[in-house]
Design a protein around this ligand. Sequence first.
Ligand code: GAR
Length: 206
Amino acid sequence: PLRVAALASGRGSNLAALFAAHLPVEYVLVGSDKAKAGALQVARDAGIPTVAMSPKDFPDRVAFDRALFGTVAAAKPDLLVLAGYMRIIDASVVADWEGRAINIHPSLLPKYQGLHTHRRCLEACDSEHGASVHFVTAELDGGPVVAQARIAVGPSDTEATLAERLLVEEHKLLPAVVRAIADGRLTWRGEPLFQGAPLSAPVDLN
Ligand code: GAR
């Protein structure tokens, strides 16, 4: 099966949704930059190995990223899922993962890269909001989008209601994309991703 590693900084609801989807994958490691992240407990509860490293213990960003991503690489994942991982990753480290790492971001990319996406959507008076899963590249939240989920924005919406409604959609979107990758239905720059996976119907989900 597809070997999947994940990195998360927060409560880990997307990670929990992934586990709950019972995908035909093997979770090899969950890592975090926060020792107290709920995501680590979610992983431990699921019996998945975890690692936490603090940026404070490293001289600079690239040293931290090399250590954390090197540990992830040692678990030999086919796919790395960023599920609420909230740190910018050094470009030299990202390069090692091109085409093998995906991120879930709470906006309809290319709109609202970075932080405070719900607030920015409200401030722009958008009639719809959404979440995107995209390939990770050196450009923050800028890699090719794989799939999106949309919600309507109403006059009474607040940052909190948008976040809450969008999360429900994120919890369907991320497992759907990982399932497509595990099934060999996703391609990267025209080439099938993950040569080991059965490629019954290769399609770009873009
Ligand atoms: C999710 O809404 C995810 O889209 C967002 O963080 C939240 C994590 O929630 N990710 C980003 O903002 C990435 N820049 P979770 O810890 O409950 O999965």
